[in-house]
Design a protein around this ligand. Structure first.
Ligand SMILES: [Fe+2]
Length: 541
C-alpha cells in the first residue's frame, strides 16, 4: 500500500504528463499487486495457514545486512533505487534488534541516479550497472563538476536532491529527459552500438560522484551511530569500487556487505527480521559470519549427477578419491584449460563464488579476451575477478590489514610490485588500454590496476580453497580467474543440466560436476558450436 501511495502521489504531481505510464501500470495493481496475500495463498495452494507479515523494503535490506554479519553491534547503511518511499537508510543494529534512524526519499535516489546513466550510456537499467562500473576506468571523470552543479544538490550529510528537469523516471518510460542530452553533447547511446570515449567519460564521472556521495553518507552514519562497524545492503552496495573506498578511506574499522545486496536479499532480510526482531530469538556475533559462505541454494548429489550424465550420453571420468579429483581440476587449469566448476550448493546473490564458476589461470595473457569473446560472448572491455588464497592476498593486493573479501564485494588496487607497463597504459586512451599486459596477473587486472578480489578461506569455501592450494603447489600462483558460470544474458547455471548445456555450447574445455569431470574433446556429441542459436534464447543484458 505504501508503494501504491508513492505511485499515485507521483502520478498526481506530474499529471497530465505520465498518463501513459499510469494507464499501463494501474491494471496490474488493481488486479494483483494490491492483493498480495490472496496471490500468495493461490501460489501456495492454500497450504500456508500462518500470518503474512510485510516488512518495509529498507528494513528488509537493513536486516539482511546486519543479522548475518559477524558483528554484535553495527551501523547499517542501505542504498538502492527505491523501495516504498525510501531510497536509502541509516540504521543501528544491536544484538537481535535493528533500529531505523534516518532515510532519504524518492525521487532522490543514488540507485536511480546511477541507473539513469546506465540508461544514458546504452546499457540496460537494473542489470547493466555493472557494465557502467566496469567501463569507468577507461574514461576520465570530466563530467563530474557538471553532474554535481547541474544535476544534484548534495548536503554535507551526503543526502541530496536531484534536479528533476533532467530525469524522466517519474513520468516517462525512459530514465532521462531531452534536457540531459544538452549536457552531454547528444542523445543516449543506442544499445549495442559502438561505445565511444563519451560513454567512458560519463561512466568515470558518475562513478566518482557515487563514491563521493557514499563516502559522505558513511561519515554521517558514523557520526550518528558512533560504531566502528558498518554493514551494507541494497543494490548500490554491489558497487564494489565504492565499497573499497569506504573501507580504505571511510571512518569505519570493519565492513561487512550482504552478498545478495540487491532485492533478492530482501527475502533473507524479511525472514531474519521476523525471527530476531519480531519473535525475539537471540543472536550471537560470529567469528566469520552467519551467511554460510552464501552457499544457500540447491545442491545435487553425485549419484543424481552420474545418472543424469549417463542418460545424456556424456563421456566422463568419475573420481572416488577427493584428493585425486582436486588434483585433476588444478592440473587442467594449470594447463591453461577453461574449466566450468559446479559443486556444492549454488551461491545466493549475483556473484559466483566457486560453486557455479568458470575458472582459469589468472597469469595467462590471453585469458581475458578468450573468456570474454569465446566463452561468455560478452563485451571485450569487461574485467574478470580473481579468487585468491586468503593467506596470500596481501602479496598481490592492497587490502587493509587483516581484511578479507569472501563474497567478492571489494575492489582493491593490485600491488605496485606486481604491475607492468604502467607508463604505456597511462598514455593510452579508451579500449586501447586493454592491449597492454598490465601485471603478472593480467587477466584479472583492470586497466586502472584494480581488481575485484575474492579471498578464499577454508571455512567458508573449503573445496575451492583446496583447488587453489593444489594449483599454487603446481604453479606457485595462488590466484585464479573466477567468473560466473553462464553466457551473456543467461542466468547463472543452477542444475547439472544447465551447466552441461552451457559447457557444450561454448568453447569451455572441461566441466566439473561434483566428482565427475568431462573433457570437451571427448564428448561424442560435441559439434560445431552454434553460439548464435544458444545466445538467442537469452535476452541480451
Ligand atoms: Fe531494494
Amino acid at each position: 500500500m505504501l508503494k501504491f501511495d508513492r505511485l499515485l502521489e507521483t502520478y498526481i504531481a506530474y499529471a497530465p504528463r505520465g498518463f501513459k505510464l499510469f494507464s499501463m501500470g494501474l491494471p496490474l495493481w488493481l488486479k494483483q499487486k494490491l492483493y498480495t496475500p490472496r496471490e500468495l495463498d493461490r501460489g501456495l495452494n492454500g497450504a500456508y495457514r500462518g500470518r503474512y507479515i510485510f516488512t518495509a523494503h529498507h528494513e528488509s535490506h537493513a536486516a539482511s545486512a546486519f543479522f548475518p554479519s559477524p558483528f554484535q553491534e553495527s551501523a547499517i547503511l542501505t542504498l538502492d533505487g527505491v523501495g516504498e518511499w525510501a531510497t536509502g537508510s541509516i540504521a543501528m543494529g544491536r544484538d537481535n534488534r535493528i533500529e531505523m534512524l534516518q532515510e532519504m526519499r524518492f525521487p532522490h535516489s543514488l540507485g536511480l541516479l546511477y541507473s539513469a546513466f546506465t540508461y544514458f550510456t546504452g546499457f540496460r537499467v537494473n542489470s547493466g550497472e555493472y557494465k557502467l562500473m566496469g567501463l569507468a576506468p577507461y574514461g576520465e571523470p570530466i563530467y563530474r563538476d557538471v553532474m554535481i552543479e547541474k544535476l544534484l544538490d548534495i548536503k554535507p550529510d551526503g543526502s541530496f536532491r536531484m534536479n528533476m528537469d533532467y530525469f524522466g523516471f517519474c513520468h516517462r518510460d525512459v530514465m532521462t529527459t531531452p534536457k540531459m542530452n544538452e549536457l552531454f553533447g547528444g542523445p543516449p547511446r543506442k544499445a549495442e552500438s559502438e561505445i565511444t570515449q563519451r560513454e567512458m567519460d560519463i561512466a568515470a564521472s558518475i562513478q566518482v560522484v557515487t563514491e563521493e556521495i557514499v563516502l559522505k553518507i558513511a561519515d554521517h552514519a558514523h557520526a550518528l551511530t558512533n560504531s566502528k562497524n558498518l554493514v551494507m545492503a541494497g543494490g548500490v552496495a554491489l558497487n564494489c569500487v565504492a565499497n573499497g573506498r569506504v573501507l580504505r578511506e571511510g571512518p569505519f574499522e570493519n565492513l561487512w556487505i550482504q552478498p545478495a545486496a540487491g532485492d533478492a536479499g530482501g527475502a533473507l532480510g524479511a525472514a531474519l527480521f521476523t525471527w530476531h526482531q519480531l519473535l525475539d530469538k537471540p543472536r550471537a556475533a560470529a567469528e566469520y559470519d552467519h551467511q554460510s559462505g552464501s552457499l544457500l541454494g540447491p545442491e545435487f548429489s553425485e549419484a543424481e549427477i552420474g545418472a543424469w550424465l549417463d542418460e545424456a550420453g556424456a563421456v566422463y571420468q568419475c573420481f572416488s578419491d577427493e584428493e585425486e579429483l582436486i588434483s585433476r581440476i588444478a592440473e587442467l587449469i594449470a594447463d591453461e584449460k577453461v574449466v566450468g566448476h559446479f559443486a556444492d550448493r549454488a551461491e545466493f546473490g549475483p556473484r559466483a563464488l566457486g560453486s557455479r564458476s568458470i575458472l582459469g589461470d589468472a597469469r595467462s595473457t590471453e585469458m581475458q579476451s578468450v573468456m570474454n569473446l569465446k566463452i561468455k560472448f560478452r563485451e571485450s572491455f569487461r574485467p574478470f575477478a580473481p579468487a585468491v588464497l586468503r593467506e596470500d592476498v596481501d602479496e598481490f593486493f592492497e587490502m587493509r590489514e587483516g581484511e578479507d573479501s569472501p563474497y567478492m564485494l571489494l575492489v582493491a588496487p593490485v600491488k605496485e610490485a606486481k604491475r607492468l607497463n604502467v607508463e604505456e597504459v597511462e598514455r593510452m586512451r579508451g579500449l586501447d588500454k586493454l592491449k597492454e599486459i598490465r601485471s603478472e596477473i593480467p587477466s584479472i587486472t583492470h586497466v586502472d590496476y584494480s581488481a575485484r578480489v575474492q579471498t578464499i578461506d577454508p571455512r567458508r569455501h573449503p573445496r575451492f580453497y583446496r583447488v587453489l592450494q593444489d594449483f599454487k603447489r603446481r604453479t606457485g600462483s595462488p590466484i585464479l580467474i573466477n567468473t560466473s558460470f553462464n553466457v551473456r544474458g543467461e542466468p547463472i547455471v543452477n542444475t547439472p543440466e544447465d551447466a552441461y548445456r552451457c559447457f557444450m555450447f561454448t568453447n569451455m574445455d572441461a566441466l566439473v560436476l561434483e566428482n565427475h569431470i568431462l573433457l570437451k574433446s571427448e564428448q561424442p556429441n560435441a559439434r560445431e558450436i552454434d553460439a548464435a542459436a544458444y545466445l538467442a534464447e537469452f535476452e541480451l543484458d
